[in-house]
Ligand binder design. Structure first.
Ligand code: URA
Length: 235
């Protein structure tokens, strides 16, 4: 692909604007200045520096964000800033989307991509991708509550009780819940239905992919091929 198109595909602006950046000597490719917008390169893995910003090109973007509390997973947030504000401009320009949403007060692992098929596959109810939540509760957790969550609890708008795939008591006021669905406020509503109340919620894993413990809150990083394989391993 030509360099101007590559820059455009990475979210650096229109093709003409990218051509101007290249012509102005503001773009390096694999460590060398390139002033020809029509120069041809392979996209994936190309190391770019665009107006001082280092960037590794990729045909599709897959990333994890350590979502902090107080951010909405919406492009048009109502009451809090958007998680998209935590991403650099090129990723926002190429319209990466959250793979399912977390509530504004939920923290932890949020996946984002500009690959629509990937979003569809990961969020399809048929795929039953497990999501692991660390739940803090208002009242002490009882074995009966954990058993109710495992057996299935009735939510208002559901035809049948919904069961957690796994539920483990991890402390006096905490439990680890694995869900196969992604219904609206599902953890909070299930915990209420079991007779308790969520005071804090953190997603620690999706499929076999855990939130990177080295990733600070509010920061993102690219998913590696190993991460993508882990995601589908369901462990
Ligand atoms: N369940 C909830 O209640 N909230 C979330 O953010 C995710 C799952």
């Amino acid at each position: 692909m030509t360099l101007d198109r590559i820059l455009q595909s990475q979210g650096f602006g229109t093709r003409r604007y990218c051509g101007d950046l290249i012509g102005a000597g503001l773009v390096e490719v694999n460590g060398e200045l390139c002033e020809d917008p029509r120069a041809q390169f392979e996209v994936d893995g190309l190391r770019l520096t665009v107006d001082g910003e280092a960037w590794v090109a990729c045909t599709k973007a897959y990333l994890m964000l350590n979502k902090p509390a107080g951010y909405e997973c919406s492009q048009r947030p109502r009451n809090h800033p958007s998680v998209y504000n935590l991403l650099p401009v090129p990723l926002r320009q190429r319209e990466v989307q959250a793979v399912g949403r977390l509530d504004h007060d939920t923290t932890g692992l949020l996946l984002l991509t500009d690959d629509g098929q990937f979003i569809h596959a990961q969020t399809s109810p048929k795929r039953k991708v497990p999501k692991v939540y660390e739940v803090t509760t208002a009242e002490p957790v009882t074995p009966e509550q954990a058993e109710a969550l495992r057996a299935g609890v009735q939510l208002d708008d559901e035809p049948a009780p919904i069961a957690a795939e796994a539920c483990e008591i991890t402390g006096e006021h905490s439990l680890r819940l694995t869900l196969l669905q992604g219904k609206y406020h599902q953890v909070k509503r299930m915990v209420v239905a079991a007779g308790n109340h969520v005071t804090a919620l953190h997603r620690s894993a999706v499929g076999g992919l855990k939130l990177d413990p080295a990733l600070p809150e509010g920061e993102w990083r690219w998913l590696t091929p190993e991460d993508l394989a882990a995601l589908n391993s369901k462990e």
